[in-house]
Design a protein around this ligand. Structure first.
Ligand code: HEM
Length: 331
């Protein structure tokens, strides 16, 4: 693996792209499991308790490293170890989130806003002391719409954002030895697209008869596909379903919304100082400044404002993308 110049994130993206191709692993790509790593590293954030999130890379230590919800993510971490070893200046927390965003784009998806500055816990004790208890916060695929809404509302996501994020199930597959569920959601699971939404709307899904957990199945173009109960909840719930329909009909809208929502996800709990550095300091819910994307239209500021991170953003131009999205969603 090549050592790149400290702070050269574009060069690091190229290094990540080099390890995406993994013949012999799943569908030949580490991309989907990188996306899941970035999501699980971030998705234990709580707006109320203001703890959890990607800062610190807590999944390197118990209890997160042995949480059954994170089963299989050691593959993603292992694929990234050579890059980290050659470039020790980047934190694991930054590398994991950068790998997720790089993979999405490399698989044909949108560019995602990404900022450097996360730090790493240096021990299990430090992680425990700083984070407190963040287990049991990731969604359970066996449950329904109210569970999905509850889990994502805890992170600060709207119905629109929840549905957009769920579109990541166009990538990868379920593994019997990880979650117990089995199979891919779409025919080409290494291509980011709105196929997941198109398939969800088709009347093809039947309960699978097998000895595993309850899931749905259908055969499309000769390939056995699956849906989790939480996936089907998106078409069963009257508030979620219109967004499934919109994203199935308009891939550009899906890409735009997904980019904003995933960018928000990997920022949760990352409180940068004026230099753009996100120290690992314990904050109470009152002290912590939950990101402002959940604010009503008209108010609020860009979560990247005042971070000193201007110019380092991979996100691109013009105004705050998160606030713009929420304005459009008429929250
Ligand atoms: C209700 C919410 C969600 C539930 C219940 C859920 C559940 C699951 C389950 C059970 C798996 C299979 C794990 C395995 O057996 O290896 C999986 C895989 C995956 N999930 Fe989700 N997920 C949710 C939301 C998300 C979100 C928000 C993202 C990203 C934005 C995401 C991205 C992925 C990806 C890319 C995979 C494939 C991983 C691989 O191929 O190794 N999921 N999810």
């Amino acid at each position: 693996m090549t050592s790149v110049k400290e702070g050269d994130y574009n060069a690091l993206r190229e290094e990540i792209k080099k390890v995406l191709k993994q013949p012999g692993y799943d569908d030949g790509s580490a991309g989907p499991v990188f996306v899941r790593l970035a999501w699980h590293a971030s998705g234990n954030f709580s707006l109320v308790e203001h703890n959890g999130g990607s800062n610190g890379a807590g999944m390197r230590f118990p209890p997160e490293s042995v949480d059954p919800a994170n089963a299989g993510l050691h593959h993603a971490i292992s694929f990234l170890i050579p890059i980290q070893a050659a470039n020790p200046w980047i934190s694991h927390a930054d590398l994991w989130t950068l790998a997720g965003t790089t993979a999405i784009q490399a698989m044909g998806g949108p560019q995602i806003p990404w900022e450097a500055g996360r730090s790493d816990y240096d021990s299990a004790e430090a992680a425990e002391e700083h984070r407190g208890v963040v287990g049991d916060r990731l969604p359970d695929g066996a449950l329904g719409a109210s569970h999905v809404r509850e889990v994502f509302t805890r992170m600060g996501f709207s119905d629109r954002e929840i549905v957009a994020l769920s579109g990541a199930h166009a990538l990868g597959r379920c593994h019997r030895d990880r979650s117990g569920f089995d199979g891919p959601w779409v025919v080409n699971p290494t291509r980011f697209s709105n196929q997941y939404f198109k398939l969800l709307l088709r009347p093809i899904w039947r309960p699978r008869e097998w000895d595993g957990p309850f899931q749905y199945e259908a055969t499309v173009a000769g390939t056995k596909l699956m849906m989790l109960p939480t996936d089907m909840a998106l078409v069963e719930d009257p508030q979620f379903k219109p967004w499934v329909e919109k994203y199935a009909a308009d891939q550009d809208l899906f890409f735009k919304d997904f980019s904003m929502a995933f960018g928000k996800l990997i920022e949760l709990g990352v409180d940068r100082d004026d230099t753009g550095f996100a120290k690992l300091v314990k904050k109470s819910a009152e002290e912590g400044k939950p990101l402002d994307q959940t604010q009503k239209p008209g108010g609020g500021s860009c979560p990247f404002a005042g971070t000193g991170a201007k110019g380092r953003s991979a996100g691109g131009a013009g105004g705050c993308p998160f606030l713009a999205m929420n304005r459009e969603a008429k929250l």
